[in-house]
Design a protein. Structure first.
Length: 324
């Protein structure tokens, strides 16, 4: 019986290794094919010895800088529902942190000051002129606040799109289990196979309204980014460092002497289900001498995928209220 059990285990292990090998080859071939058509929507610039991507659009005297949330593989596609409403009122730029979108994956430490140094170098290299209005989604809130702390003359206002407060992130350890799982699924070809199912793609984008506001081309680009970038080492270290990064920000200047608008999703009437998040969002405006919170109805975490007109409207109010 023991010999039979051992043989079965060996056969199962061999089958598993074979499947992993086939899946890895499938991912390698798919990634190589994707790379041929995966071209930057904006421009690449030299930053810290690597290539960093920035997309610029719109026109006007004000420049809005978009900071995506953690794990959002392609920031350009993510923020695209906002471009049409904003383009005739302001210039806007969307940057890809290292490990995201069309930027290189570098292995550089993802501490908050390194990240903000890279953002500043990218903005300068691409010819952007401060002062800026920063827009931070989710974990992108940390870099927007830190940028304003370190370079106060370069930031005139901040808009948070369901961005988490430094207090919230400082109270929670940055777990790396999720990115490691995504990396394993990606490198073994499982994630690529799953994306052949429309139901999986819809489930995976549930927080962003099932990508209903994206064109088919943008959906394809978003999925390609996920299949090429998910769980890479830069993303993993970014979430690993999140608690420490928040603590660094808490030790810095507060409140900021600039307007801060905090847009909080109502999670379709279920915001109160997460009391810690609800309370931290309500307190978030205290990071500004003129802060305010607006709860956005009929929305989830990616508010801009549900209510882009309201996001643009609040941005335009900030622009109109500021004298450059």
């Amino acid at each position: 019986m023991l010999k039979r059990a051992r043989k079965i285990m060996i056969c199962l292990l061999a089958a598993l290794l074979l499947l992993v090998g086939i899946g890895s080859a499938y991912q390698w071939y798919g990634a190589a094919t994707d790379a041929k058509t995966y071209k930057p929507t904006g421009k690449l610039y030299e930053v810290a010895g690597h290539k960093m991507h920035l997309y610029a659009g719109g026109e006007g005297d004000t420049t809005v800088v978009f900071a995506s949330g953690w794990g959002t593989a392609n920031p350009y596609t993510d923020f695209s529902p906002l471009y049409e409403g904003l383009k005739s009122h302001a210039k806007f730029v969307v940057y890809d942190r290292f490990g995201y979108g069309f930027s290189d994956t570098t292995g550089r430490k993802r501490d908050i000051d390194t990240i903000t140094d890279e953002i500043r170098e990218l903005l300068r290299a691409s010819g952007q002129k401060p002062p800026y209005i920063f827009v931070g989604h989710s974990l992108g809130s940390l870099e927007t606040i830190r940028y304003a702390q370190r370079f106060p003359t370069e930031v005139k206002a901040i808009l948070m799109i369901d961005g988490g407060s430094p207090e919230y992130y400082a109270s929670r350890q940055g777990f790396t289990v999720v990115p490691l799982i995504y990396r394993a699924l990606r490198t073994t070809g499982v994630l690529r196979a799953l994306y052949h199912s429309n139901s999986f793609a819809e489930w995976a984008s549930d927080q962003s309204n099932g990508e209903l506001l994206l064109t088919e081309d943008l959906k394809k680009l978003s999925h390609t980014s996920i299949l090429l970038k998910s769980g890479n080492q830069d993303m993993t270290d970014e979430v690993r460092q999140s608690q420490k990064n928040a603590e660094i920000i808490l030790a810095g200047k507060k409140p900021l002497d600039i307007p801060l608008t905090v847009l909080t999703a109502d999670y379709f009437g279920k915001l109160s289900d997460d009391k810690a998040w609800e309370d931290s969002e309500a307190a978030f405006p205290t990071w500004s001498t003129t802060g305010q919170q607006i709860i956005v109805p009929n929305s989830s975490h990616y508010i801009h995928s549900y209510q882009p007109k309201q996001v643009v409207s609040e941005l335009l109010k900030l622009i109109d209220s500021i004298k450059f």
